[in-house]
Design a protein around this ligand. Structure first.
Ligand code: ZN
Length: 137
């Protein structure tokens, strides 16, 4: 696929404050983030870029991607309208922690979604789990 839209999945291992360009410093809970974007050319190059930590900071997601790890992405054929429709669909299910994130040039509230704390394997059968629960907001 040369162009299209994507939902990239990032994991932030620990809560932290991150400066997100003009949006300023924001607190991000540890967990799984879904980011909806579009690249109408060179979609694969865009996704590879999201997976790199060191790069010029251009988009809001670049600031989060310095600290979070991209673990994968889904790609979908479509243009900008499909991008916002996908964001709208995710907004029905997931929290939007940062207003206007990735949505500077559309009317969506956000293109970033928080899908909850990361799944961790625990060893409950021995009752010795030391996992910290991350509260949902
Ligand atoms: Zn949008």
């Amino acid at each position: 696929m040369r162009g299209g839209i994507y939902v990239a999945v990032f994991v932030l291992p620990a809560e932290r404050c991150i400066r997100v360009g003009a949006l300023g410093r924001r607190r991000f809970s540890a967990g799984v983030y879904l980011y909806v974007g579009s690249a109408q050319r060179n979609l694969e190059a865009r996704l590879a870029r999201h997976g790199r930590r060191r790069k010029p900071l251009r988009w809001h997601i670049d600031y989060l991607a310095r600290h979070a790890r991209m673990i994968g992405a889904m790609t979908i054929a479509g243009g900008r309208q499909a991008e916002c429709r996908t964001a709208d669909a995710l907004a029905r299910r997931f929290a939007r922690p940062i207003r206007c994130f990735g949505a500077s040039d559309c009317r969506c509230e956000s293109h970033l979604f928080f899908a909850g704390p990361p799944w961790r394997r625990t060893n409950r059968s021995h009752g010795t789990s030391t996992e910290k629960e991350t509260p949902n907001e």
